[in-house]
Ligand binder design. Structure first.
Ligand SMILES: [Zn+2]
Length: 381
């Protein structure tokens, strides 16, 4: 250990806030970027340097669900995601009893305070039964003040985001209360129509949790939430680009509509990520992963709801480059810059002096070839 430190990287191109720098030399000062300069000469190969990925919606990996009582278990999952390019992650929980969520927040808050993760995203329990996805319906509830205050207090500064169905009782109060506490309210797992969706943005909701999934579909006479969320400049939309949650053409349409400055690539990865097919627990519910697709196990043999993904940020990046036809700089915006900016993570998300030395190396096809985090090699070169 200690031999992994990187002083500098030469690449064919570096994606920076000022544009693409050709034949670039990136130098580090400890765990920070010192400079990104053009025309370094001898930039061998064809690799691109892009900012380390920022995954703002992930539930775990390698058999571990974030919020597990064991710190070591959480670190195993964090390290797996780092190896897939996610140098920054916000850890997501699923619907659980409030007492258990408070316990999970404590575990994750300690990891946040140690700089291992960038925050907590509570997905539930204030979700709609009609759009519950893989959340336990018995545990869904309204955002009553007592619950809201307990979750805010337990998360403290680590609590960055909560996904809510804003048609539930108390939603106006709860949305404003979360926003006041510095927590982004994300519209999701909701049965709201277009009007209620628009209203929730007025209250302060500014993120769409996995656009399209667990919300009403678009219909030309009943537009539902999707067009509202795509059109409103105040909203960042999450896309799960695994080719399973929605097809590539839907990603293309969404990126065209919102622009890469308002789209975040997320994994929504569950604990099965990185270990393959089999049966797993998601919160209190059993999930079967088959050919990489996670679905709830049903008792009557019918097809269960899609239950998170086994996606990695490396694969999502590849997917938008190869299947959606997005440029590497636009993919970098959606995989790093946009989510970092939206969540106020000012130390990451850009290859610029002063930011953390978090870099992903990708080829022209968007395939991940190397990862540097805080100035040390995680993967490669
Ligand atoms: Zn999720």
């Amino acid at each position: 250990m200690g031999t992994m430190a990187v002083q500098q990287i030469k690449v064919a191109r570096a994606v920076t806030p000022k544009g693409v720098v050709e034949d670039a030399l990136i130098t580090f000062d400890g765990d920070r970027i010192a400079s990104v300069e053009a025309g370094a000469g001898g930039g061998e190969g064809t690799l691109w340097a892009v900012p380390g990925f920022v995954d703002s919606h992930t539930h775990g990996a390698v058999g571990v669900a974030f919020g597990d009582p064991s710190r070591e278990a959480n670190m195993k999952a964090i390290n797996y995601h780092r190896s897939q390019g996610s140098t920054t992650i916000i850890c997501s929980t699923v619907t659980e009893p409030i007492d258990k969520l408070v316990e999970q927040e404590k575990v994750l808050r300690a990891l946040y305070e140690d700089g291992e993760i960038a925050g907590i995203h509570l997905e539930g329990p204030f979700l709609a039964e009609a759009k519950k996805g893989a959340h336990d319906p018995a545990l869904l509830r309204d955002p009553e003040p007592e619950y809201v205050e307990r979750l805010i207090e337990a998360g403290g500064p680590a609590l960055r985001m909560i996904t809510m169905a804003t048609e539930r009782d108390h939603s106006e109060w709860a949305t404003k209360r979360f926003v006041e506490a510095g927590v982004h309210v994300a519209f999701g797992h909701s049965d709201a129509d277009d009007l209620v969706t628009a209203q929730s943005i007025e209250w302060g909701a500014d993120i769409a949790t996995h656009l399209f999934s667990a919300m009403r579909s678009i219909h030309h006479r009943e537009p539902g939430p999707v067009p509202v969320l795509l059109a409103d400049e105040r909203v960042m939309v999450e896309l799960i680009c695994d080719g399973i949650h929605h097809k590539a053409v839907i990603a293309a349409m969404s990126i065209d509509a919102a622009g890469p400055e308002r789209v975040a690539l997320v994994t929504d990865a569950m604990s099965a990520t990185g270990i393959g097919d089999g049966r797993y627990l998601l919160g209190e519910l059993e999930v079967e992963v088959k050919d990489g697709t996670a679905r709830l196990v049903t008792t009557d043999g019918t097809q269960g709801a899609i239950a998170g993904s086994t996606l990695t940020m490396a694969r999502a990046f590849e997917f938008v480059v190869q299947e959606v036809g997005v440029s590497i700089p636009d993919a970098a915006l959606m995989a790093a810059t946009t989510p970092a900016r939206w969540h106020g993570l000012n130390d990451v998300g850009e290859l610029a002096p002063g930011r953390f030395a978090d870099v992903c190396l990708v080829d022209d096809d968007g395939v991940l070839k190397g990862v540097v985090r805080r100035g040390e090699w995680i993967v490669g070169p």
